[in-house]
Design a binder for this molecule. Structure first.
Ligand SMILES: [Zn+2]
Ligand SMILES: [Zn+2]
Ligand SMILES: [Zn+2]
Length: 89
């Protein structure tokens, strides 16, 4: 079991992360929700959970999820080259 560093909740028990904004390189972006058309997994079924963080479709991925896309560059958030990336809870 793992707790999310941002929302502090048990990831497999929550619908999703509670924080909608992400700071990247001094700008603020809207995070990309699970199953959104911009998400890596854009064809998730209703009530399906993210394979990595357990967030439900239509909710935000938990922090550190390998399926969250970076809204600044479109890459994988945990491995992209953007700097100064953080979320304020
Ligand atoms: Zn979270
Ligand atoms: Zn996820
Ligand atoms: Zn990026």
């Amino acid at each position: 079991m793992a707790k999310c560093e941002v929302c502090g909740k048990e990831m497999s028990e929550e619908d999703g992360c509670g924080t909608s904004k992400i700071h990247i390189g001094g700008k603020v972006f809207d995070r990309i929700k699970c199953g959104n058309e911009e998400d890596f997994d854009s064809d998730m079924a209703e009530n399906e959970r993210c394979h990595d963080c357990g967030a439900k479709k239509g909710f935000y991925h938990h922090w550190g999820c390998d399926a969250e896309r970076c809204p600044a560059c479109g890459g994988q958030l945990i491995s992209c080259d953007c700097e100064d990336v953080f979320i304020k809870a």
